[in-house]
Structures are given as C-alpha cells and as structure tokens.
Write a protein that binds this ligand. Structure first.
Ligand code: OAD
Length: 235
C-alpha cells in the first residue's frame, strides 16, 4: 500500500503558526500573497526579508503537534511507501520525526545564495544582509518558492502520485497550483482520495472522502485506523 500525503498550513495552525487564508489574511497591512513574489523582492527586499525573518523567528517559539507526530509514526511503519509532500516552509514535520519530506515550496530554515547558488542551513535573520558562508557575497535570499517560481521536486512528486494507492490532503485550501491539482492526478487513475480539513475547501468536491475537524484530532485517528485495519488487509 503506497500513500502520498499532502499537507498545508492547516496542519501547523494548532502549533500556533497562522495559515494564509484564515483570519484577516494580512501581515503589516500587506497581502502575504503579494509579498511572496520575486517582483516584491526586487522592488522592496527589506519588506520581503522582514516578512520571512519574522516567520523564521516564530519557528523557535512553536512545537510540532499531534498531527505532525502521527504522520511521523505512519512513516515509521510504511517507510518508503509513504511520501509526505508539504507546502509548508516550517520544519515541524522534521521536528516530529518525519524524514521523507518533500518541501515543494522550500524551507524557512535555509538560505539560498543568488551569487553562488549554494544553500545553507539558516536560523538567523537575512534582513541585515549577512555574507554567504560559501562565497562571501551579501546575496542570500529565503530558500522558499515565490509565486511565479517553479515548485521543488515535481518529478518525484508526480511519480509518487502515479504509483500511490491512497492520496490524502491535510489542512490545505486547495487554491494554489500545482498542489491543488494533485487530487486530479490521483483520482484520474482511480486512486482513493481523502481530504482531512477543518472545513470545506475549494477542492473538497474533487475528493471521494472527506473528514472535517482540527488536524490534531483527525490525523492521529486516521493514522491509527490505517495502521490497525487497512494495512493489515493489504500487506
Ligand atoms: P491556506 O491558508 O490557504 O489554507 C489552510 C487550510 O487549512 C484551510 O482550508 C483551513 O480551513 C484549514 N485549517 C485551518 N486550521 C486547521 C486545523 N486546525 N486543522 C485542519 N485544517 C485547518 O494554506 P495552504 O493551503 O497551505 O504558498 O496554502 C497554500 C499555499 O498558499 C502556501 O504554501 C503558500 C500560500 O501562498 C507559497 O507561499 C508559494
């Protein structure tokens, strides 16, 4: 039994990280969707750095929750039969113990040098323009995917979607592509599809099954069910 799980901001909400489209959706009066673009970075790098520096600093104040931990437990059991794809730039999946995580929108705790193309683990601010540890140029940017840029590891994700028996989306609004289309790849091949979300999303009607509620309740219950029942039958 091969499983692909896609997570979005909703899985980290109960850890204390705000989602993109809930609440008033504004950051310092700006639409985060407008801040997260290469054009914004070119026009106002201080603003974009401040946005990501605040979000990177917030990671030090939060912990993984029961939903992250349940997915790590699922990986322990399924090993390479599970691929966890996240749109989140936080590191809560890794801190909960997941190892096979694809960060299709990049990672906050990484800096990317636009001069030498190297990537470096990074927990400090970038707004004060620190030099790249590799080449010394003050050319580091957040290692995240902005609107208009290409998401990471798409070939690996598409291959896993092609091969899986079950596709599960957790805590994502289903409005940002290409992630929003993964359910179509999967359901087009007759793969079972399940959405676990607080409420109905834009993509809900594309899923065969839905469960509504907070991720910290839904995800551990679903993982327990899968480990107890489905797996035994299909192994
Ligand atoms: P959104 O903020 O668009 O959606 C979060 C979803 O999580 C919503 O459908 C909520 O109902 C749901 N939700 C909120 N709290 C929840 C909880 N406790 N348990 C379960 N579900 C909950 O976030 P994403 O779908 O992740 O991209 O956004 C996708 C992309 O848009 C992001 O990766 C980011 C953003 O622009 C880039 O920055 C490129």
């Amino acid at each position: 039994m091969k499983v692909v799980v896609l997570t979005g901001a909703g899985i980290s909400a109960e850890s204390g990280l705000p989602t993109f489209r809930d609440a008033d959706g504004l950051w310092e009066g700006h639409d985060p969707m407008v801040v997260a673009t290469p054009e914004s970075f070119a026009a106002d790098p201080d603003l974009v750095h401040r946005f990501y520096d605040q979000r990177r600093a917030a990671l030090a104040r939060v912990e993984p929750n029961a939903a992250h931990r349940a997915l790590a437990q699922l990986e322990e059991r399924l090993g390479d039969r599970l691929l966890l794809v996240t749109q989140n730039v936080d590191d809560l999946h890794e801190r909960a113990g997941s190892r096979r995580v694809v960060h299709m929108h990049g990672r906050l705790r990484s800096a990317w040098c636009t001069a030498c193309d190297a990537r470096h683990a990074w927990t400090d601010p970038l707004g004060d323009r620190p030099p790249c540890p590799g080449c010394g140029e003050a050319a580091l940017r957040p290692d995240v995917v902005w609107f208009g840029e290409v998401p990471r590891e798409m070939e690996r994700i598409e291959r896993a979607l092609w091969e899986c028996d079950l596709f599960v989306a957790i805590g994502t609004s289903g409005v940002v592509y290409p992630a929003a289309a993964f359910v179509h790849y999967a359901s087009g091949r007759g793969t079972r599809t399940l959405e676990l979300n607080l409420d109905a999303s834009e993509a809900s009607s594309d899923f065969a099954e839905h469960r509504r509620g907070p991720a910290t309740r839904l995800v551990p219950a679903w993982v327990e069910e899968l480990l107890a029942g489905d797996l035994r039958e299909q192994e």
